[in-house]
Ligand binder design. Structure first.
Ligand SMILES: Nc1nc2c(ncn2[C@@H]2O[C@H](COP(=O)(O)OP(=O)(O)OP(=O)(O)O)[C@@H](O)[C@H]2O)c(=O)[nH]1
Length: 228
């Protein structure tokens, strides 16, 4: 039976991920193997939890969702970890938002987030919406990551934070994704406004004058200190 959303069965190629309109929302999902990246994506887009997912390749899932009464095209790039090979600059460039997933029952998956986050920051990714999802909250008896650790991490990197169970709660999963998507829309609007402003000739002229005055003041200050 065809899935009620477009899930590309082949690996997501660079060409494919470049095609989307700037009004669409592009989400990159990262995290080590087995944390539930595919389970979360499928749960959000189809409401279903299948249990077994293809793990070899990354895949691009495209879907039109209704958010706040309006349709919106979203594209989710569900990556395959492969020792971090999925941390590709072009993926980050493509994304409007990044979701980092760890499993609450695997401390090493949480520890890995710091490395991923540092890579994102090194590539100036802080302009994007970044969210952390702690998945498998249904396995509370096997929990290895405390709430304090997760809260501290998200506060340190100023990112959104969610707990989910892809297997048990569609509501938690959809709440996490919808909140992230709303944040992305807001962020994209702000960036668009700033972009327009920076291309406005009168604003550009004002900025150039301000820079020239600053340079002049610096020159005066330097010549005064060299004669002292
Ligand atoms: N109990 C429980 N199991 C889950 C949950 N989410 C995913 N799983 C299971 O965890 C395993 C891995 O899930 P995937 O969605 O394939 O994880 P992934 O991060 O996409 O893994 P890779 O594709 O290998 O990178 C599967 O057996 C899922 O059924 C959850 O919330 N609770």
């Amino acid at each position: 039976m065809p899935l009620p959303f477009h899930k590309d069965p082949k690996p997501a190629t660079e060409e494919k991920i470049q095609k989307h309109s700037h009004k669409d929302v592009n989400i990159l999902i990262l995290g080590i193997q087995g944390v539930g990246k595919s389970a979360l994506t499928v749960r959000y887009l189809t409401k279903r939890f299948i249990g077994d997912y293809e793990t070899e390749h990354e895949s691009l899932c495209s879907h039109v969702i209704m958010i706040d009464g309006k349709p919106l095209s979203i594209h989710i790039l569900d990556t395959a970890w492969k020792d971090g090979a999925c941390m590709k600059d072009e993926y980050l460039l493509w994304a409007d938002g990044v979701i980092l997933v760890y499993s609450m029952v695997d401390k090493s998956s949480f520890d890995k987030l710091r490395e991923i986050m540092e890579w994102i920051l090194a590539k100036k990714g802080e302009e994007k919406v970044i969210a952390v999802i702690g998945n498998k909250s249904d396995l509370i008896h096997r929990k290895q990551v405390s709430d304090t650790e997760a809260t501290q991490f998200c506060a340190e990197y100023n990112c959104l934070s969610f707990d989910t169970s892809a297997s048990d709660s569609y509501t938690d999963v959809s709440n996490a994704f919808n909140t992230i998507i709303r944040e992305i829309k807001l962020n994209n609007k702000k960036r668009e406004k700033l972009n327009k402003l920076m291309h406005n000739p009168s604003v550009l002229a004002k900025l150039q004058i301000r820079q020239s005055l600053k340079n002049l003041a610096e020159m005066k200050w330097r010549s005064r200190t060299s004669t002292m």
